[in-house]
Design a protein around this ligand. Structure first.
Ligand code: CAA
Length: 378
């Protein structure tokens, strides 16, 4: 795909920021299991929190292709850092752009665009992960408010986000057609940030449980109509899955670069690893998978940019890119041998970070289900 000057500029900005500001700290994010807010503020100053928000609301007004190339560049250096931005841009901000009322856009988008507010998306619960439509966190109408009671799980950005999309059941009898989408600010009474998860990978990312105890949010914080929540959640995941495909691609690219450099310099039996055909074939497979992942991901991004249906393309991109990232990170560790198993070499982190890309925003099994349903629906 031919990128425009605007897309190239977006990618260059992200790469420069990632190399200068994230590269020296990426390993520390993993060890500390935290990323300083200051670094998010720096990304915000570059416009990276408002990529998909129209200029009239203070955003960059760029398209999904720009967003995707930015996400790949950030993930190539730190997937932990990138996940915050992909959730903020693709899952939350565009929900307000697409489904928000004009007064909601005016009130919320400028704060989201500048990164004054960081966003989180809370759909999953302890008992409803893949079966998202079975969620039980409930909201009942009381006067001009909704009163939320229940909990949410595995919420990325949960510990430091300011603005939360919360998917709640407003009519249990209607199943997934009784789900609504509410916005809640972190300071709302009755809203509590819960336990921070200790994760295998993307350890710099802050993943939380949330609790709502008689938490009152104005009815005016409902996005879309009552009962539209599940469709909003699914529509947003079309775009979100492209962001995770880009994350997988970034991790795969990083693992490939490290493996290639290592193969060129490491000597065994009097030659470099790169001189062994066993290594060459691994590198060839990695490069081919990366190229295919990038083409699928960019195709899905182009469909989003054209406002075309991207459901199948997004799932194909996420499925292929995430499975490839896992295979590539696995082989990158193998090429590194013992050095791939210790934290001094970044492939150990890429291997752990890649794992989640087959799980969140829909497991690989969910992506296959979505693709098969799209194939068979007519
Ligand atoms: N766009 C618009 N509407 C959609 C849609 C889409 N992509 N997918 C489904 N819908 C609509 C359907 O058309 C249907 O509407 P009608 O009843 O009017 O026809 C309705 O939604 C229900 O759809 P399904 O019957 O397909 O629903 P289902 O219960 O069978 O679930 C599923 C399908 C694909 C398994 C879905 O539950 C799913 O995607 N599960 C995975 C959940 C997930 O990805 N969670 C991610 C959490 S967020 C996260 O991970 C963020 C992070 O931390 C980084």
């Amino acid at each position: 795909m031919i990128m425009t000057e605007e897309h190239k500029m977006a990618a260059d900005t992200a790469r420069e920021f990632a190399e200068k500001r994230l590269r020296p700290l990426a390993q520390k994010f993993d060890e500390d299991e935290a990323i300083p807010r200051e670094l998010y503020n720096e990304a915000a100053a570059l416009g990276l929190f408002g990529i998909l928000i129209p200029e009239e609301f203070g955003g960059m007004g760029l398209d999904y292709i720009a967003c995707t190339v930015v996400m790949e560049e950030l993930a190539r250096v730190s997937a932990s850092f990138q996940v915050c931005l992909t959730v903020h841009n693709s899952l939350v901000s565009t929900a307000i752009v697409k489904f928000g009322a004009q007064d909601q856009k005016k009130a919320w988008l400028p704060k989201l665009a500048t990164g004054e507010w960081i966003a989180a998306y809370s759909l999953s619960e302890a008992g409803s992960g893949t079966d998202a439509g079975s969620l039980v966190c409930a909201a009942r109408k009381d006067g001009d408010s909704y009163v939320i009671n229940g909990g949410k799980s595995w919420v990325s950005n949960g510990g430091f986000a300011d603005f939360f999309l919360v998917f709640v059941s407003t009519d249990k009898a209607k199943g997934n057609k009784g789900i609504s989408c509410l916005a809640a600010h972190k300071d709302t009474p009755g809203f509590e940030i819960g336990k921070k998860e200790k994760k295998m990978g993307i350890r710099g990312s802050d993943t939380r449980e949330l609790y709502f105890k008689d938490c009152r949010v104005p009815i005016g914080n409902r996005i879309g109509a009552e009962g539209d929540g599940f469709k909003i959640a699914m529509t947003q995941l079309d775009g979100g899955r492209i962001g995770i495909a880009a994350q997988a691609l970034g991790i795969a690219q990083a693992a490939f670069e490290e493996a290639t450099a290592y193969a060129r310099s490491r000597r065994q039996f009097g030659k470099t690893l790169a001189e062994f055909q066993a290594t060459q074939f691994k590198l060839a497979d990695m490069a081919t998978r990366i190229e295919a992942s990038r083409l699928l991901t960019m195709k899905a991004a182009r469909l989003m940019a054209e406002n075309a249906n991207a459901t199948q393309a997004a799932s194909m991109a996420k499925l292929y890119a995430s499975e490839s990232a896992n295979k590539i990170a696995f082989d990158a560790v193998q090429i590194h041998g013992g050095n791939g198993y210790i934290r001094e070499f970044p492939v150990e982190r890429y291997f752990r970070d890649a794992r989640i890309t087959e799980i969140y925003e829909g497991t690989s099994e969910v992506q296959r289900l979505v693709i098969a349903r799209e194939i068979l629906k007519n």
